[in-house]
Design a protein around this ligand. Structure first.
Ligand code: CA
Length: 228
């Protein structure tokens, strides 16, 4: 599902956006405060587009934009601006937003902007080709297979999910908790060690030298990072 963060403290506007996103095939992730937004992004590292209101109870949308952008340079960000705040557009774009929509807006206008942004940030690339290519690796998301330099590597479903998560977050350190939540689900009550065990096995399958890994590197005291 294509996740979209919806940060808006006015519940009527938030619901309006949420309903329309669902209708257009997106999975809206709701937040009413800046803190909730950061938490949701942490829990859902696959959010590729964020819609940010500017006036918020605990912070402002520009600050949220700045922080999201710093954490994920590829995230698509749309600011919700009020008609009376012309300057917001400039400030928003200066802080790293990709686009802005002026309130009141029509559902068609908003979803058109999100569709365009999703295409631009590459959220739709694997839907079109079914393939994610990273360095020597090619992941086919339709038949869930991985190739390295054209050779098939057999993966378990869990290993596939880990690789997929890494490829969607290239260059970003993922905590072991994040990997556990994403691959095994939030309701899984296992030990974090299961992440390490699977990474070890995965390294044997995909690294040139599993004792000296270069694709999946360890971020000490935190988790792992995918380098391609
Ligand atoms: Ca507001």
């Amino acid at each position: 599902m294509k996740k979209v963060l919806v940060l808006e403290d006015e519940s009527s506007i938030r619901s309006f956006v949420v309903i329309n996103l669902k209708r257009s095939g997106y999975e809206p992730i709701e937040a009413a405060t800046g803190e909730q937004a950061y938490e949701q992004v942490r829990l859902n590292p696959d959010i590729k587009v964020a819609i940010l209101d500017i006036m918020l109870p605990d912070t402002d949308g520009f600050e949220v934009c700045r922080r999201l952008r710093a954490a994920d340079p590829k995230m698509g960000i749309i600011m919700l601006t009020a008609r009376t705040q012309e300057m917001d557009k400039v400030t928003g774009l200066m802080t790293g937003a990709d686009d802005y929509v002026t309130k009141p807006f029509s559902p068609a206008e908003l979803t058109a902007r999100i569709d365009a942004l999703y295409r631009r940030v590459g959220g739709g690339d694997e839907e079109e080709t079914g393939e994610l290519v990273r360095g020597p690796f090619k992941l086919n998301t339709r038949n869930r297979t991985l190739e390295k330099n054209g050779e098939r590597i057999k993966l378990t479903q869990v290993e596939y999910s880990i690789i997929r998560l890494f490829m969607d977050n290239t260059g970003k350190a993922l905590s072991r908790e994040e990997i556990l939540n994403n691959v095994w689900g939030k309701d899984y009550f296992g030990e974090l060690k299961i992440v390490d065990v699977n990474i070890r096995r995965l390294r044997i399958k995909i690294e040139d030298d599993a004792t000296n890994p270069t694709y999946i590197t360890t971020v000490w005291g935190y988790g792992y990072k995918w380098g391609y």
